[in-house]
Design a binder for this molecule. Sequence first.
Ligand SMILES: [Zn+2]
Length: 107
Amino acid sequence: MGPNVTIREKIMRILLESKSALSARELAEIVGLDPATAEKQIYEHLKHITKTLRRKYGRRAVLYMIPPRCKNCGYEFRDLSEPRRPSRCPKCRSQRIEPPRFYVSIE
Ligand SMILES: [Zn+2]
């Protein structure tokens, strides 16, 4: 990856090449951002990557999100309209939330 490659392009390439699903913090770390502060920024990039993939690959490449999950009761946040890490479980109120993870499936 050359220096002219944007963060967003880097994230997209990482997802295209990765064999496992990655969280926003993991993606931040790989592209050289601080995982503690860049999480929201990564979610924003992921929203755009969905559109970029559609434009470049049509339906052959799709970005999937493994939904966040409550570590306390197992509740899964299946109805999220966009990628984010919920702060609290609606069922048990726990704040121990496993963040969403992302992968790209390409034909
Ligand atoms: Zn819970």
